[in-house]
Design a protein around this ligand. Sequence first.
Ligand SMILES: [Zn+2]
Length: 311
Amino acid sequence: MNSGASIGIDVGGTKCLGVILEGDHVVTEVRRPTPASPVAIIDTLEEIVHELGDLPTVGVGVPGLVTRQGVIRASPNLTAVADFDVAGMLAARLGHSVVVDNDATCAAVAEWRAGAARGHRDAVVVTLGTGIGGGLIVDDRVVRGTNGFAGEVGHMVIDPNGPVCPCGRRGCWERFASGSALGAMARAVVRAGGLSAITTLVDDGSDVRGEQVCELAARGDVEALDVVNEFAYWVALGLVSLTNMTDPSCIVIGGGLAASGDVFMDPVRHHFARLLYSPNLRPHPRLEIARFGELAGAVGAASLATLSRSA
Ligand SMILES: [Zn+2]
């Protein structure tokens, strides 16, 4: 019997997902819609903890800039939220402390402790979704930075004249290398008269998403392979910069596109090996697909809670 069971909850834009983690295994899952107001979010978190059996070790992953004290300073998806003390408010309800961290940091912890980067002391985890979430593991620790805001890798500017980002600047990496960026790239090709076979997957080519481009590429469609190849270049470009910063032995890529497998990962590996600084004079980090899909945030939150309890 594993006495180290813990609760992890991921607060997403539309749903809250709670798990019980025993060792490396998720034994129970609970889902609830994410309400709009901070108080209602705390109500929902409290209900999930009760439903999962009131274990004393609780971690929560939330989107946005999260301080080391578990306060959300700003969040793109929780619009009514600023200076939201999730850790303090939930602890007051439960009668014990809880760990609250950025959801992408939590996802990175999941892959590092129990997933594709397990056993690596230095790892980079990126999740390619609507934006790009990231987490950096350096010397067997999660990098948090002065305020807790480290790992916002999606907002590395790679083209100051590039498209506008929701963060207010231009040319952030996530405008080129997120799942939604691939969709936008494909729609531009469709508008220019290309990617003709996409009509076998969607009624209207102007609705095409990144996953569908990968699906078409997996069937060997030459135009789709070209789009994926160009997209993979931008993904690799950012990964090379992260490698220059932290020199990881493993890079884990998560999000819906990574589930496409080799048709996406092979061109990323190709461009990465080409763009890497002194590629012939160094061991290359492994590029891996994330083990945990949508559960990554909740699993990592539970792991972080366990880690802080044993620290
Ligand atoms: Zn940005």
